[in-house]
Design a protein. Sequence first.
Length: 284
Amino acid sequence: MMSVSEIAMSLEIGLIYGIIAIGIYLTFRVIDFPDLTCDGSFALGGAVTSVLIVYGYPPFFTLVIAMFAGGIAGSVSGVLYSYCRVTDLLAGILVSFMLYSVNIHVMGGTPNISLLDFKTIFTDTDSVQALLLLATVICIGVTYILYTDFGLALRSMGQNRLLAHHSGISVKKMIILGLALSNGLIALGGALFAQHQCFADVGGGVGTVIVGLASVMIGERLFVYRGVFVGVVSCIAGSILYRIVISLCLHSDVLGLQTQDLNLVTGIMVVAIMYMPRRVRAGS
């Protein structure tokens, strides 16, 4: 049985990864681009915020810089795809691969940084309230962006790139900007996670895309209505539910799962979510 503190921890981590899930939602669902830069962007956000905090910068300011750094990483993936004729999957893999070295350089040659002796945004505030407020602001902000001319261009490009091109939309530019926005949010999530856990690790982003996709898929099953705001909020809801399910599985005496089984449980969950709709359609 989970304690109150464990439920609160699941909620906090769920809110952080919900922000990451929104970033993944933008690429995989809105602009229809299978971006794999996520793992590197997550670690980059953690590296940037940790180094800046160690150097004495305000914790909130470091979140903004981390988000900007993630946006640059996403832009590089977009440039590789749009102008260097690298395939979408390979572009993300290459940038994430290169970010491993970049992150180590950012962290001063060390694979991890501890923030236990430094002040973070969670030091003097209630973590749940702070994350709820931040997640709400991001949901409203992303929804607003998707209703602007820029957002409508992103959405139309995701639906039909050829038609968007004939309508005068610069598809290449939209892909770059869309990836920048997405990876900026993912890096922000990585920075929040580093401040929440009081450490940053160069390998901390491994599996980010799978966890984010699981959250997006779970959220899509929770809400039948597919409006823009609902789609964004469903990422947060799916992430929280995912974390609670994972915690319940790890605390179950019947299943007997341990921490090292986390990736296995996540993989099975994603496969099950993808299989169920097909099974329902086949039965009908």
